[in-house]
Ligand binder design. Structure first.
Ligand SMILES: [Zn+2]
Ligand SMILES: [Zn+2]
Length: 246
């Protein structure tokens, strides 16, 4: 399977990542990736970027080293209502909004029911495009309910390559998500969650899971540049309409 886009990466602006945007783009090129989203951590993550970082992303070129750059954020789910740690005006001006649970950054693990409700409420937020690492066992969720909501809201779920290293126990849960997603027709996004330039586009472990779950290119967003750009454009339209309403 040919993966052409990496939709989850961090630069030095995340505080605990170690490469610049330019270095990350070079890493993408080296590893055969054509589209890279920069998705630094939202302000509630210790060391995460200030709001000004996201407001000023327009100064970053749309293409670096021949790599198409998508400007985004990995926002922190802030509460059970699915609110995020950035205001609507900032989120609506970004190309890609990833959202997820992070310990110490707003919403700490609660019961399975509460986590599920918080995740589904986040998916219902029209500013959110992709839920990151939903297979994290630290935040147990009812997978069937989450997948059903993903289908209704057209919010994608992520298979996170780094989870295998940093979120032990993710493997089994991600496999379950992948198999059920295919069954009910929910598209998945693959992200490396790279925190260093050499990791951009390295999907080794996620690809193992893709094989096990018997996913095809049609089940995954990152398999076509056009598909990624169409997804971002469609979501941008929704965001712009929200800005108009404000
Ligand atoms: Zn994360
Ligand atoms: Zn991340």
């Amino acid at each position: 399977m040919n993966l052409v886009a990496d939709l989850h990466t961090h630069t030095i602006a995340s505080g605990h990542a170690y490469s610049t945007v330019k270095e990350m783009a070079a890493g993408a090129k080296q590893n055969g990736i054509e589209v890279m989203a920069i998705t630094d951590h939202g302000p509630n993550m210790p060391g995460g970027s200030h709001l000004y970082h996201f407001g000023n992303l327009r100064v970053v070129p749309n293409e670096i080293e021949g790599i198409r750059i998508i400007k985004g954020v990995e926002a922190n789910i802030f509460d059970g209502l699915g609110q995020l740690d950035l205001p609507v005006e900032v989120l609506a001006n970004l190309d890609l909004v990833l959202a997820g649970f992070h310990v110490g950054a707003g919403y700490n693990p609660r019961s399975k029911e509460e986590n599920t409700a918080a995740m589904i409420n986040t998916m219902r937020n029209p500013l959110v495009d992709i839920i990151v690492h939903p297979g994290n066992p630290e935040y147990e969720v009812e997978i069937n309910e989450v997948l059903q909501a993903a289908k209704e809201e057209q919010t994608l779920l992520e298979i996170n390559n780094s989870s295998y290293y940093s979120r032990p126990g993710s493997k089994e849960r991600c496999l379950e998500i992948a198999k059920k997603a295919k069954e009910i027709g929910v598209k998945l996004s693959l992200g490396t969650d790279a925190h260093y330039f050499e990791q951009v586009g390295k999907f080794d472990l996620a690809l193992e899971l893709v094989k096990k779950a018997e996913l095809t290119a049609d089940d995954i967003l990152n398999t076509s540049v056009q598909q990624v750009l169409d997804f971002v454009a469609a979501k941008r339209k929704v965001k712009e309409s929200l800005l108009d309403r404000n």
